[in-house]
Design a protein around this ligand. Sequence first.
Ligand code: ADP
Ligand code: MG
Ligand code: ZN
Length: 486
Amino acid sequence: MEFEPVIGLEVHAELQTKSKMFCGCPVVDSTQAAPNTAVCPVCAGMPGALPVANRQAVEYGMRVALALECKIEPISIFARKNYFYPDLPKGYQISQYEEPLATNGRLVVHTAEGEQTVRVRRVHLEEDAGKLTHVNEGDPHTLVDLNRAGVPLLEIVSEPDMHSVEAARAYAETLREIVRYLGVNSGDMEKGVIRFEANISVRPKTGAGSEPAPYGTRTEVKNLNSFRAMEEAIRFEIARQSEILEAGGTVEQETLGWDEVHGTTYSQRSKEDAHDYRYFPEPDLPPLIVEDAWVEKVRAELPELPMAKRRRFTEQYGLSAYDANLLVAERAVADYFERTVAAAGSVPAKSAANWVTGELFALMKQAGVTVEALRVSPSALAGLVTMVSRGEINQNTGKDVLAEMFESGRDAAEIVEARGLRQVSDETLIADLVKQVLDENPAEVSSYRSGKTGLANWLFGQVMKKARGRANPQVVRQELERQLED
Ligand code: ADP
Ligand code: MG
Ligand code: ZN
């Protein structure tokens, strides 16, 4: 029997505000900061300490929710999700539960099969837990770091609308791109600032045009910290569940962990039910009230999102989808490109795009420099692109000049003048060089004339060498052809 996978994702994204969700502790990089250096009585769960919601975190959450076309709820409620584990010293996590910040959104994702819409069920605010490190050598013990406890966390819950590993991956990647564009999350997966939980079930595939089969029993795989782990876990579950059903068995609803080393899921516990957490409204926090005016202010301030920017780059600048993708992947790169185009005036945007995605990206990658730290300003790059397109320097010289600009931050024109790199386009000068080369190589010239036309390239090379690479190659070719035909 053929099975169709049904996948719903819960994505947890840290909101990288200055301070934590309910206290004034700073949000620090938990892979860098010394343990337990960003902790106060509130996030350490001291009796009597009172939480206060972080307005900026709410606004960051609204940005994401609006980008996902959700309805922002005028009133949402924080609740206590009770569980006993040392990563949360209060004994409960404050999380929105029955009444989340936002509902009913959607995200359009692109896969090889085309475009599809994944519905977003809800977006809610909660707090992150601390980090436990289990030490197994010697006397086994566990270290507790509460720097992350209380960091604002946004949970984005999809409907079970994805039916392939590719669709799940595309959804997760698109979401990551959006939170980065919105400036609420760095997207640094290795630092665990975005984590996934995948809900997976399978059902018999029905023919086109007939009703889909009802949903099968799902399992939920927790703590997936990379796209790869998410993909592998989903693929594994699809195969495992299909096999069970194929053999006439039933899938058990349970919560699973992912064993990275063996590439398998393993049972953590049978599926917990909501009542296991004894949810109740957080008595120390009032309902969260979001007025329309606030929603409209946040909506008005939303940046252009990647999808729209990609479309605009292809339409406005005539770029290929491929180039547009490369440039839009990072908002700072897209901005850099647009400032370059604006400064370059009449130079085709396509040339600017080629310089950015080609030479500049190569230099950045080699040196490990991000666009923010780049010493070549957009107007400096525009200057270079302009000189090349006007034929003042040739393409190869341009690459050398850019490498120097990259190191020194100097202007293209300055470097070209200082090093005497200006390209020779003067026809009499070039004619003279060509004549010299032909005079010095009579044997090659006569071979060429008796049919070995491939020698033209060699002769071209000799002229360029004489010109120390600075001659306009087009003029050289024309002149060479003219003199050889004589
Ligand atoms: P819980 O609150 O217990 O985690 P929900 O019903 O809220 O459960 O669903 C959580 C996630 O599971 C959602 O992302 C949803 O899309 C997904 N989901 C629900 N039913 C199924 C199913 N049959 N197969 C796959 N995913 C499912
Ligand atoms: Mg869940
Ligand atoms: Zn604190």
